[in-house]
Design a binder for this molecule. Structure first.
Ligand code: ZN
Length: 323
């Protein structure tokens, strides 16, 4: 996990960690998408790394790997539930999953710290804000809090006054363009364009990149359906290959053409429904495209479009439910 920009801030905080002087309640402030949660994760990695050297976490130890995959059991990340960060997310309340802060009374087992990252401290309602004042004021000696918020004035003064404030200003445009090219494989001209409109916030640039990719995939899918219905098979195969290389070049014989067409239509309908639902991740879309392509291929080979398309619809709806 590379954290871009604000080098002086990061090295200052790392030095605090080296000297075991990092205040236990840190308030990270900055505009939306600037990288506050990423900074909190970056610092958590450094804090918990089993093998840190030269002011950097190793990125390879079990602790670093678990944090990078959001699976560290002693690093709690609390995101708002809708518009608000609610009391039951913090402390266990009947009818809800266990609250993330109840475990703070137990010493950590895997490392020396339990870390709590609150991604939007300005979304606390009064009840949740008041409920954490005491633990922010006097955390157990093994607890580290990172509270992220858009500005210091956006949180209650009673919270801000208990925290050490770390401002994260926007990044230079060129740095964001470099990040998009290096970490996200964005081609240079698009990277420049996205960076310019990100207002110095890498998170916004990444979201805009995802939106752009989703709209490209949507356009291609629409073109795919339309091409197929007009009987332009070669274009479909080219498109399919460019996505996953799933459909081979061999064309079905004329007699199976009708059933294939019906099958693909059903596939396209299911795919269209999937696209128009809440999906917004490129991977999810690619996954559905791949399923549709596999189904199209299967229809093409055995002609039993009903079984194949029913299976496809079942798979797609299963994926819809999972999200
Ligand atoms: Zn490590």
């Amino acid at each position: 996990m590379t954290f871009y920009g604000n080098n002086r801030t990061v090295s200052m905080l790392n030095r605090f960690i080296d000297r075991q002087e990092l205040p236990q309640s840190v308030l990270i402030t900055g505009p939306s998408g600037v990288g506050k949660t990423t900074l909190a994760l970056h610092l958590s990695m450094y804090l918990l790394c089993k093998d840190r050297t030269d002011g950097a976490a190793c990125g390879r130890c079990i602790s670093c790997l678990r944090i990078q995959s959001n699976e560290h059991p002693e690093v709690a990340i609390i995101e708002p539930d809708g518009e608000l960060t609610k009391i039951w997310q913090l402390w266990t309340r009947s009818g809800h999953a266990p609250g993330a802060l109840d475990s703070l009374s137990y010493r950590p087992v895997l490392g020396n710290w339990r870390v709590v990252i609150i991604t939007a401290a300005h979304t606390f309602n009064d009840e949740s804000a008041n409920s954490i004042l005491k633990v922010l004021e006097e955390p157990p000696p093994y607890v580290q809090f990172f509270l992220c918020t858009t500005s210091q004035s956006a949180v209650l003064p009673t919270i801000a006054s208990r925290c050490f404030s770390v401002p994260v200003p926007p990044l230079p445009t060129q740095l964001i363009a470099t990040m998009l090219q290096t970490d996200h494989n964005v081609e240079p001209s698009l990277a420049e364009e996205l960076a310019k409109s990100s207002a110095g916030c890498p998170g916004r640039a990444i979201r805009a990149k995802d939106d752009t990719e989703v709209s490209i995939i949507r356009d291609r899918a629409a073109a795919w359906v339309s091409d197929f219905l007009q009987g332009s098979r070669n274009q479909i195969y080219t498109y399919a290959e460019s996505l996953r290389g799933i459909v081979p070049k061999s064309s079905p014989d004329a007699s199976s053409r009708q059933s294939v067409t019906k099958g693909i239509q059903a596939v396209a309908d299911a795919f269209g429904k999937q696209l128009s639902s809440t999906t917004n991740s490129v991977d999810a879309l690619m996954d559905c495209v791949a399923l549709s392509m596999q189904a199209a291929h299967a229809v093409q080979r055995n002609g039993n479009q009903q079984i194949v398309t029913e299976a496809l619809v079942a798979k797609l709806s299963k994926r819809c439910h999972r999200r």
